[in-house]
Ligand binder design. Structure first.
Ligand SMILES: C[S@@+](CC[C@H](N)C(=O)[O-])C[C@H]1O[C@@H](n2cnc3c(N)ncnc32)[C@H](O)[C@@H]1O
Ligand code: SF4
Ligand code: SF4
Length: 321
């Protein structure tokens, strides 16, 4: 991360705490909910299967940027499935079209979006993916790649994809991959395994954990407080042993007991023109009290002025971004 960006983020944090502001800094754009997988724990895939067009995504990026968002995530559905036609509206081209000489439209890809976002001025641009497509995205700051356990447990949750993902990681063109693991009843014994894989793959920088957030159709996968405590103890020990883990140990006690403030006003999500505070899950009644997303805890605690969280975040972000 550039020093000038770090200073500006620091200033944003200080003014948010001092004046109890509710302005957002982190935004997520959902490119599509279309997905090639149907993971056991996921409630947001293929609800509409609409691929949002390039012009719409670009507009959404501008709206977020103008609101002051500087950390941007692209999410899905599956982000690497996204492509968008850029409509050619130039008059000279239109006359050629009427002459029957149709110029090819430029098909925009995820990579174009990341480059566009960087050009627009976002400080950090991250992408979330299931890793089943070739990974050639050096322009992203982080590629959050979902790995949900060892081969057996990952495949139970995500279908037979583990070997494809490992091959794609080995052939990736940049070392900006960070594993993203949603810990649930099925894979809670795989924490160390995922950390070991991260440590041994040169293209993988770290692992970022979440707990399963129990949408109404996946409540059976939710961990209880004792199980969450056990997982956080294990992750904490792995952090102490210098495994590459992109989470804040100081936030664990709040995450285990779900006693962090929700929703997080410094995060927003944009899906098909609709802007929501915190996550798209905000509309699910009662879900915030059971939230498993570590970012929600980490950001609300940071912006409520917890010094230990701020120091932990600074150290962790400087290490991995
Ligand atoms: C919805 S997916 C979209 C991006 C991409 N398809 C993928 O799987 O990474 C984003 C992340 O949310 C996680 N996720 C899905 N449902 C979840 C839930 N109920 N609780 C916690 N994480 C969840 C997934 O495991 C994935 O890491
Ligand atoms: S790959 Fe991602 S979006 Fe697709 S079903 Fe799995 S978690 Fe959901
Ligand atoms: S706090 Fe609520 S809206 Fe925010 S991520 Fe958690 S469940 Fe979703």
């Amino acid at each position: 991360m550039k020093t000038k960006h770090l200073i500006k983020l620091g200033a944003f944090g200080i003014s948010t705490v001092l004046f109890s502001r509710k302005k957002a800094i982190l935004g997520t754009i959902i490119l599509t909910d279309k997905c090639n997988l149907h993971c056991k724990h996921c409630s947001v895939n293929n609800l509409t299967a609409v691929m949002h067009p390039y012009a719409q995504i670009k507009k959404e990026m501008e709206v977020l940027y103008n609101q002051g968002i500087r950390i941007l995530f692209f999410c899905g559905g599956e982000t690497f499935l996204w492509n968008g036609e850029e409509k050619n509206t130039h008059p000279s081209t239109q006359s050629k079209i009427t002459d029957g000489l149709r110029e090819p439209c430029h098909n925009k890809t995820l990579r174009d979006l990341v480059i566009e976002a960087k050009k627009m001025g976002f400080y950090i641009v991250n992408v979330v993916t299931n890793g089943t497509f070739k990974i050639d995205l050096p322009e992203a700051d982080l590629i959050l790649l979902s790995l949900d356990g060892d081969r057996e447990r990952h495949n139970i949750i995500r279908g037979d994809t583990y070997d494809t993902i490992m091959k794609n990681i080995d052939e990736a063109t940049s070392d900006n991959i960070c594993f993203y693991m949603a810990i649930n009843k099925i894979n809670r014994d795989c924490i160390k395994h995922v950390c070991e894989v991260a440590k041994n793959k040169p293209m993988v920088r770290a692992v970022s954990f979440n707990f399963h957030t129990p949408y109404p159709d996946t409540v059976e996968l939710e961990l209880n407080v004792e199980e969450k405590q056990h997982c956080c103890d294990e992750i904490g020990k792995l952090i102490d042993q210098d495994y590459p883990i992109f989470n804040l140990k100081t936030a664990f006690p709040y995450i285990v007991h779900n006693n962090f403030p929700t929703p997080c006003y410094q995060c927003v999500v944009m899906e098909n023109g609709k802007l929501s505070i915190c996550g798209r899950c905000i509309d699910v009644p009662g879900l915030c009290e059971k939230c498993g997303y570590f970012f929600a805890a980490e950001y609300t605690l940071l912006f409520s002025g917890k010094i230990k969280i701020a120091v932990d975040m600074l150290n962790t972000y400087l290490r991995y971004i």
